[in-house]
Design a binder for this molecule. Structure first.
Ligand SMILES: NC(=O)c1ccc[n+]([C@@H]2O[C@H](COP(=O)([O-])OP(=O)(O)OC[C@H]3O[C@@H](n4cnc5c(N)ncnc54)[C@H](O)[C@@H]3O)[C@@H](O)[C@H]2O)c1
Length: 346
């Protein structure tokens, strides 16, 4: 007997997840909802699945699990509502669009035993998994540097950017999660910089289109994270793990959007990736297979809200560092947050 899954949010990623779920042996039926009623009925008709008029109706429709892929600003309320009803929940990153809401969600989830998985799909990509295992095997020696790159060919619609929480919370958070997961270490200090040379609407929304972040980990490893919304040659997503004995890379395949100018070098030889959905096709499926295992109680959540909130802290500190123009310790911003929270309660 397969699972009945509810999908909330049917935009770029939600409709992709819905299609993937529908093709899985472990799924019997889907019920879908989007805040845009037209989109709800269009997707329901196209996939030939049931739809619900709103998230409450979806929660009440006998689902075994809920997948939230609505805009980031709705994640916190939807996760809490789903968990309150005891429904195993998968939510796209980020947990919430602010650190206050992220911490609130984490506290709410941790008061229950309802499993929640956050969608950091790089943890399911074979090359990133191999990087994780190479570090664990000790074959790289000690890790001096990680370099994580996520360069998008073109910005998402401005309406998306306005609700995304900014490039560090929306895009760099994938890099922050993966360097933390692969290294197995915690970040202590963050130094971020950024700029705007593209569409002024991004700056007007209070965001930047290009960012670089230097992270220092406990133990001394340094990570350099690079992001842009304007990488004309294609979608470039890579991780380099450089150690005292050996170095490895994930994402250094023939579709890498980078032209070598060295004589006689034909790598990379294929058409570059142009869209993150093409790059991570198998990882998006694998994370949902994992979620079906979580629903069935066969495994624990492979990416918990606690993990995701730790990456959210790094995003928060990066945003703060950019504004302050200086390196900032994670502890400084956590202390500031706790102080403000306590002040608010007195
Ligand atoms: N893991 C990844 O690689 C990845 C990739 C893209 C997006 N995302 C995340 O997925 C989420 C959606 O991104 P997208 O690119 O699909 O955005 P999108 O703008 O294409 O789609 C969002 C959809 O959510 C709907 N929506 C908004 N609020 C809602 C609510 N309260 N209830 C129901 N529906 C609601 C909108 O009408 C829209 O159809 C974002 O949080 C984003 O950070 C993750």
């Amino acid at each position: 007997m397969g699972a009945r899954i509810g999908v909330i949010g049917l935009g770029r990623i939600g409709s992709c997840h819905a299609r993937n779920l529908l093709a899985m042996d472990g799924v019997d039926s889907l019920v879908v909802n989007d805040a845009d009623a037209r989109r709800t009925s269009d997707v329901a008709t196209e996939l030939d699945v049931e739809f619900a008029a709103d998230p409450d109706a979806l929660f009440a429709s006998g689902v075994d699990g809920v997948l939230i892929a609505a805009s980031s600003s709705s994640h916190a309320d939807l996760i809490e509502a789903s968990v309150r009803r005891g429904i195993p929940t998968f939510c796209e990153k980020p947990v919430a669009d602010s650190i206050e809401s992220s911490v609130r969600v984490l506290e709410a989830v941790e008061q229950t035993s309802v499993p929640v998985q956050i969608g950091f799909q790089r943890r399911f990509d074979p090359s990133f998994v191999a990087a994780y295992e190479a570090v664990r095997s000790g074959q790289l020696g000690w890790i001096h540097t990680l370099r994580s790159t996520t360069l998008d060919p073109a910005p998402p619609p401005i309406s998306y950017i306005e609700h995304s929480g900014g490039i560090f919370r929306d895009c760099s958070i994938h890099d922050f999660d993966i360097v933390r997961w692969v290294s197995g270490r915690e970040v202590t200090t963050v130094y971020a910089t950024g700029s705007n040379q593209g569409d002024r609407a991004i700056a007007n929304a209070g965001d930047i289109d290009t960012a670089a972040t230097v992270l220092t980990f406990d133990g001394g490893t340094i990570a350099v994270v690079s992001n842009t919304r304007y990488n004309g040659r294609g979608h470039d997503c890579r991780l380099e793990v450089l150690g005292s004995r050996d170095s490895v890379a994930a994402g250094l395949d023939d579709r890498l959007p980078l032209r070598s100018l060295d004589p006689g070098i034909s790598f990379p030889s294929k058409e570059p990736y142009t869209f993150f959905m093409d790059r991570f096709t198998s990882a998006y499926r694998a994370e949902l297979e994992a979620f079906l295992g979580v629903i069935a109680g066969r495994r624990e959540s492979p990416c918990t809200p606690a993990d995701a909130v730790e990456s959210a802290w790094i995003s928060e500190v990066a945003t703060y560092s950019l504004r302050q123009g200086r390196p900032v310790a994670i502890a400084e911003v956590k202390d500031l947050f706790l102080h403000n929270k306590n002040e608010a309660h007195t």
